[in-house]
Each structure stands twice: as structure tokens, then as C-alpha cells.
Design a binder for this molecule. Sequence first.
Ligand code: FAD
Length: 332
Amino acid sequence: MRCATTETAVVGAGVGGLTAALALRREGFSRVTVYERQAELPFEGYGIQISPNAAALLDGHVFAAAARPPYREIRRWRDDAVISRIDLQRYRTPYYTMRRGDLIAALASPVVLNAPVRSAADLDAEIVIGADGLNSALHGAIASDRPRDSGYVAYRAVVPAGLDRVVVWLGPGRHLVAYPIGGGVNVVAVVPDDGVALEDGFAEWHPAPRRLIALMNGSPSHLLRDRVPLPCWHEGKVVLIGDAAHPMLPFAAQGAVQAIEDAAALAPLLRHPDAFARFEAARRPRVERIFAMSRAGLQSYHLPDGSEQRRRDRELAAAPANALDWLYGVNS
Ligand SMILES: Cc1cc2nc3c(=O)[nH]c(=O)nc-3n(C[C@H](O)[C@H](O)[C@H](O)COP(=O)(O)OP(=O)(O)OC[C@H]3O[C@@H](n4cnc5c(N)ncnc54)[C@H](O)[C@@H]3O)c2cc1C
């Protein structure tokens, strides 16, 4: 029988784990312990987009330093022409862009640092929430698969420039995302993992995206990976959330957002004897839809110029204003 004094362990102090700890305490779970393998919380300076569907689940103070871009524009790589403009202000809750470190700081509560957990057997807890990310150790309680390489890497940098909206430039084989965060513009360049120097890959692009690329000099890259979807997100006393359960490619900017949705959905269910099954049943259809949307970006974002690209652009341009309400409108 699960009750309000249940000892609950949360493994991982990323966005998902910290949100879960807050949500559990709000539900009256007083003995919640968060374990983080690193020596400090990941207060990194890169940006993150938090769409209204997750922003609505968090306290407003979390977004004190965040930007509120009014639109997302999809633009052509060659001439910077706008393919589509998505209104991000049509929801009750804003669409935020911010530093990841500010988000982590706003969600943070007591965490046991320097505490890598290898398996749930290490923990004397009745409930173990695995929020330990893409390379989750607790994922091993459920499956033995490994993260799958996408063949693409992402370069990230915060550059000294001005921008008031989210812009996504689509081009053959690569794309570029830029959005405002406090004190600069967060830029993410997604390119094939082929060793071509970042600037060379964008040499033929319009000067607007190339200016941002030039400011990224020397920024680090890392391989983009997801996993084949798990058949089940829980086993015994372990339940997975966020990237530990369903890591997705970042093309829909929903990985952390879905971790927040997971945490908010799980906490109120935890007193039910079949909490984990209820949680998974409630969350799986939506997560799978978003996962598939993210994975589809591998092809659709990177089409060479030609008939398929023109069809994609026509479809983007013709999308109705409410096309993303199913995604951003939930709870907002
Ligand atoms: C380039 C890029 C851009 C992105 N942009 C966005 C975006 O704009 N919006 C969005 O919503 N998502 C975005 N994402 C996805 C997002 O970063 C992830 O989905 C999100 O961080 C997942 O959160 P999480 O809490 O599940 O896992 P993580 O953030 O990975 O946190 C896991 C935590 O667990 C800790 N940990 C790991 N193993 C152990 C262990 N064994 N014991 C204890 N602790 C452990 C880690 O140190 C870490 O602190 C982006 C991803 C990339 C790569």
C-alpha cells in the first residue's frame, strides 16, 4: 500500500527528476530523496525552449528571467525567405526560452550530490523514479538496449546577437535553430556527423544564418541519440520518466518538456496500487506521437532542394493556426 510517508527515491537531478521531487512534495510525499551522480547540479548556460504545455505545469517564478518569443519562423537556408510563421502567443501560458541553468536553479530542492546509482537494489526505497536521462542506469532494470546514434551532431553556443523570436532555417542535410535567452541568442546547429568543419557546411547559406554560425566559433558538438521505444516504462518498484524512459531527438524541442509532463502526471497517481501502469497508460500515446514527430525531423528537416522539399514547404505554409494545439495547448 503506497501512502504519503512512502520513501521515494528520485534518481537524477535533471529537469525531470527535480520536477518530480517538487510534484511529489506538493502531493504530500514528505520523504523524497533525489540522488545525482554529478558533484553539482547542471547549471549550464545553453538555452532551452519550454512550450506552454509544460510551462503551465510549473510555477510562474521559474520563468522570471525567460524570454517570450512571439513566433517561430521556419526559413529557407538559401534566401532566408519565411516558409511559415507559427504564432506562439495563442495559448494562455507563454512559450518560454531561457538558460537551462536558470530552469534547474528554479526547480532545485535538496539533492544528494556525488551519488551515482547503479540499480534500484542500491536504494532502500519503496518507489524508485528513474529520471537519469539518456544513459539511464535504471533503464537496465527494464531493457538491455543501447542509445541509437542518429548520424547527426548538434553544436550549441550562446552568441552575442539580437533576436526576438525562434527561427529555424532548414537546408539540405543540416538545420539551424536560434532563439533569445537572457543576454544573447542560443544557437543550435544540427549537422551530419561527417567531420566537415561547421562553417564549411554552411558556406553556401544566406548571410543571416552564416553570421550566427561565425559567432559560434569553437563551440562543442555532441552526437544526437534516441532509443527504440521501450515496451514498458516500469518494473517492480522502478518507474522511468523523461529521457530515461523515452529519449527523443531534439527536433520538436520536447524532451525536457515531456519530462516535466511525466513528472506532473506521475506524482498524483503514486498512491494508487497500480500507479505505474496508470501513469504509462496516460502518457504513452502522447509521448509516442511526439517521439515519432521528433524522429521524422531527421528526414523532413534535411531534405535536399527539389520536389519533396517544395511539398514540405507548401505543407508547412498551409498549416492552420491551430495545427500544434494538440501539442502546446494541453493544460495551457
Ligand atoms: C541540442 C539539444 C537541444 C534540446 N533542446 C530542447 C528544448 O529546447 N526543449 C526541450 O524540452 N528539450 C530539449 N532537449 C532535450 C532535453 O535536453 C532532454 O530531453 C532533457 O534534458 C531530459 O531531461 P531528463 O531530466 O529526463 O534527463 P537529463 O536532463 O539527462 O537529466 C538526468 C540527470 O540524471 C543524472 N544521472 C545520470 N545517471 C545517473 C545515475 N546513475 N545516478 C544518479 N544520477 C544520474 C545526470 O547527471 C543528470 O543530471 C534538447 C536536447 C538537445 C541535445
